[in-house]
Design a protein around this ligand. Structure first.
Ligand code: SAM
Length: 268
């Protein structure tokens, strides 16, 4: 199935304007990754699929493009130093204050859940029996499919093998088919929701102590990143932290943050 230049341009503009996803130079990739799905959905060519995508109000057709053209790749303990940062710089100082308080965390591209569950397990293990600090985690993604997997919280033995063994013991239960399911005590620390980082609605102000927005800005160009960072800084409390992927960086055009260490930024 061939993607004409006209359809490529239509799809590129639509995905960029609505989701900030930059498909420049991805014509071949789209052809190879989308052709089968488009056929399976009953379309004879890309053109009729793109027409349907643009009219679709359910988000179903968009989700397919996002899933096929971006990657949901993630794993437990990915870029582990960030979990240590959360523990040492945010949670432990709160515990030391010995006063009732809360920590609001946003995991802004949570994929299949490994990252928000690591945030919850890091927090829970740092808290121990402390009941004064309340941790609340919002986990969001643009793909309904990954959100469903994340909410389910069931992972294979290979996946959980990356976690410290005491976490596996304390925070998972084994399912009948030898997989591991996150226990309710951890699940209830997290609320999962759909959220488009390039959308204009639903943005919170001054809510979060820390935002993990890791390994998603790679799909966005500089103007999109800049707009996103302004929104993320507004969503943070004064002095809150933004954590991005280790292979990502914020350009000097982004002035709302000061760099604390590689991939960790503080709201000015
Ligand atoms: C490579 S995964 C990163 C997962 C996790 N943050 C990590 O570092 O392991 C990128 C995720 O970003 C999501 N994503 C892509 N564009 C998005 C957008 N505009 N808004 C919200 N999420 C988006 C994808 O659905 C995918 O689950």
């Amino acid at each position: 199935m061939e993607l004409t230049n006209r359809d490529f341009t239509r799809l590129k503009i639509f995905m960029y304007n609505n989701y900030g996803i930059n498909l420049e130079n991805k014509k071949k990739l789209i052809e190879t990754r989308l052709a089968l799905v488009v056929k399976r959905l009953g379309f004879n060519d890309f053109s009729s699929y793109i027409d349907a995508l643009m009219k679709d109000k359910t988000g179903e057709y968009v989700a397919i493009v996002v899933e096929k053209l971006t990657t949901n790749f993630t794993y437990f303990m990915r870029e582990e130093q960030h979990f240590n940062f959360l523990k040492n710089n945010i949670i432990i100082p709160k515990i030391k204050k010995n006063m009732p308080s809360s920590v609001n965390i946003w995991c802004a591209a949570s994929s299949t859940g490994e990252e928000p569950y690591c945030l919850a397990m890091t927090s829970k293990s740092a808290l121990g029996i402390n009941k004064k600090v309340n941790i609340s985690i919002t986990a969001s993604d643009i793909s309904m499919n990954v959100l469903k997997i994340a909410k389910n919280g069931v992972y294979s033995p290979e996946k959980v093998s990356k976690l410290p063994s005491d976490w596996v013991k304390n925070y998972f239960k084994q399912t009948t088919n030898r997989n591991y399911e996150v226990i309710d005590d951890i699940k209830k620390m997290i609320s999962f929701k759909y959220f488009n980082l390039n959308g204009i609605t639903g943005w919170e102000k001054n809510k979060y102590d820390v935002i993990f927005c890791r390994n998603v800005m790679i799909y966005f160009d500089e103007p999109t990143k800049k707009k996103l960072c302004t929104k993320l800084s507004e969503a943070l409390k004064p002095g809150g932290y933004l954590i991005i992927g280790l292979s990502e960086n914020l350009s000097s055009q982004i002035t709302e943050f000061q760099r604390v260490e590689p991939s960790v930024y503080k709201k000015k």
